[in-house]
Write a protein that binds this ligand. Structure first.
Ligand SMILES: NC(=O)c1ccc[n+]([C@@H]2O[C@H](COP(=O)([O-])OP(=O)(O)OC[C@H]3O[C@@H](n4cnc5c(N)ncnc54)[C@H](OP(=O)(O)O)[C@@H]3O)[C@@H](O)[C@H]2O)c1
Length: 261
């Protein structure tokens, strides 16, 4: 996480904005939430497991300590009514508008195609693909122009990784949704973009086969390293700002050049 000095040095260019960050209890989402809050946004983070209660509270506390505003909402995004609950709780705390939606929560599945079951498909697609659709639908009536939608993809959306077909294809789907939503919502000045990280240290990365991560590091032009959480949070913060107004319908490779589009 960024140091207190780093936090205080951020420009307050999101002051007065309200953001929802799904999957904000840990990993990439927690840092995105902190990054937006440090720039002045009020942030609702979501998460799902009771074992993450303390981590979610810690993210909220960190923001409150810095003089910001944050709430944590525990809700399983695979459950369709959750989308409405998240939006209503956000409006009740920070209403009446929402300015930024970051669809970050996601899950990976490592299985050869021969073993994939219908339940596996639902496990991944109901979170990585269906939940952003349902959440955007609930957010739209409250989305203040110019709204910012940022989806979390992966370099896997455009690369083929062994045993990761369900995950990678779910990230291709979010790119497709991003382009169509950008086309639909542009008239209202809303922008919709996807950020495609390469490997980032997190609990999710711990489950990715080491040979894939080693290969990715070796093929990352910038310093042959993994991303830091802040590398990704900076890009999301820019996409959430007014300065990114002329960028929409894009998938931005956030990978130190591992994937070049
Ligand atoms: N890490 C990487 O190398 C990498 C690379 C490319 C793309 N990404 C993408 O970046 C995003 C964040 O990844 P990460 O590495 O930070 O993941 P992570 O450490 O596994 O964190 C996942 C987050 O999503 C939440 N979540 C999981 N299932 C949920 C559900 N059913 N309903 C609501 N929230 C749920 C988790 O909440 P709990 O704490 O309650 O479980 C947690 O906050 C994902 O979309 C991932 O695909 C990650």
């Amino acid at each position: 996480m960024p140091s207190q000095n780093q936090m205080q040095s951020k420009p307050q260019n999101l002051s007065g904005k309200v953001a929802i960050v799904t999957g904000g209890s840990r990993g990439i989402g927690a840092n995105i939430a902190l990054g937006l809050a440090h720039r002045g946004a009020k942030v609702a983070i979501t998460y799902t497991q009771s074992k993450s209660d303390a981590q979610a509270k810690a993210v909220v506390q960190r923001i409150l300590t810095l003089g910001g505003s944050a709430i944590a909402i525990r809700a399983d995004l695979r459950d369709p009514p959750t989308a409405n609950k998240i939006v209503q709780e956000t409006i009740q705390s920070f209403g009446p508008h929402i300015d930024i939606l970051v669809n970050n929560a996601g899950v990976e599945l490592i299985k050869p195609v021969q073993e994939i079951t219908p339940e596996d498909f639902s496990l991944v697609y109901n979170l990585n693909v269906r939940a952003p659709i349902l959440l955007l639908k609930e957010v739209l009536p409250y989305l203040r122009s110019p709204g910012r939608i940022v989806n979390m993809g992966s370099v896997g959306a455009r690369q083929g990784f062994k045993d990761l077909s369900i995950y990678c294809s779910s990230k291709s789907a979010i790119e497709g949704l991003t382009r169509s939503w950008a086309a639909e919502l542009g008239r209202a000045k809303h922008t919709v973009n996807t950020v495609n990280p390469g490997p980032v240290p997190s609990e999710m990365l711990d489950n990715i086969p080491q040979d894939i991560v080693d290969m990715q590091k070796a093929n990352t032009p910038v310093e042959n390293r993994l991303a830091t959480l802040d590398d990704i949070a900076q890009i999301v913060a820019w996409l959430a700002s007014k300065e990114s107004r002329w960028v929409t319908g894009q998938a931005i490779s956030a990978s130190g050049g591992l994937a070049m589009y």
